[in-house]
Design a protein around this ligand. Structure first.
Ligand SMILES: CC(C)(COP(=O)(O)OP(=O)(O)OC[C@H]1O[C@@H](n2cnc3c(N)ncnc32)[C@H](O)[C@@H]1OP(=O)(O)O)[C@@H](O)C(=O)NCCC(=O)NCCS
Length: 207
């Protein structure tokens, strides 16, 4: 994890600086920089140093060969996680600030009928629940999409909250490439940390 206090563009690999548009506004410069710093720190834990994390055609981070990972930022905080492919086929993570002012109709864009039922079932935590579902789906997107090179929409997966385990039990509603069939089950961990929702998942290695 990195925060805006760690912001220093000199920490970027020179090739990464080329990825950041010279027109980028300060907020974007900070999030890109601390996201890359978090990613370098994660890579160093698996003994990979000085690797420039460039961007693919869908804006996905391009990891070293044999490595999967994900980056997320929200305001002044950035997170990254990586794993070697022997340990995980894909990694997803996401951090979102709980913003009580988000338009409520987002629920129709993000949630299946069942998920919307769970969100609306809460008396005073509807927004928090909506952001939990949103964040978990962003994590799922980051884990599945790069490995299958297929864009996952919000209605390609459904999540059911498991309160005891603090995680969502997810199921694909559609086939995502040859390895992940409709009905494929996965889990997305979810924690509230202060005003943030943090979600994370990993896909078991492909044999
Ligand atoms: C791409 C997307 C997942 C980014 O999430 P976000 O919450 O807006 O922003 P975050 O800060 O969490 O993540 C941004 C980082 O995601 C990564 N990212 C961007 N596009 C990506 C992609 N196609 N695949 C994987 N990672 C991607 C990048 O590292 C980016 O940071 P960077 O530009 O500084 O490198 C989101 O904008 C999106 O398009 N979502 C719609 C698809 C979806 O969620 N479907 C639901 C599936 S069930």
């Amino acid at each position: 994890m990195k925060t805006s206090d760690d912001y220093n563009e000199l920490m970027l690999h020179p090739e990464e600086l080329g990825v950041l548009s010279f027109k980028a506004v300060p907020k974007r410069r900070i999030e890109f920089c601390i996201g890359r710093a978090a990613a370098h720190s994660a890579l160093s834990k698996i003994n990979i140093k000085n690797f420039p994390i460039l961007k693919g055609v869908h804006n996905e981070p391009l990891w070293p060969k044999g490595v999967v990972g994900a980056i997320s930022h929200s305001g002044e905080v950035a997170l990254a996680a990586v794993a070697r492919k022997e340990k995980a086929a894909g990694i997803g993570l996401d951090i979102e600030r709980i913003d009580e002012t988000i338009p409520k109709d987002i629920i129709k864009v993000v949630c299946t009928i069942r998920e919307a039922g769970w969100v609306n079932d809460s008396k005073d935590r509807k927004i928090e629940r909506l952001i939990m579902v949103f964040s978990a789906k962003e994590s799922a997107f980051k884990a599945f999409s790069p490995i299958m090179n297929q864009f996952l929409t919000y209605f390609d997966a459904e999540l059911i909250w498991d309160e005891d385990a603090s995680r969502f039990r997810g199921k694909l509603l559609t086939k995502v490439g040859p390895d992940y069939i409709e009905g494929y089950a996965f889990e997305v961990g979810c924690r509230r940390i202060g005003q943030y929702i943090f979600t994370f998942m990993s896909l078991p290695p492909l044999l």
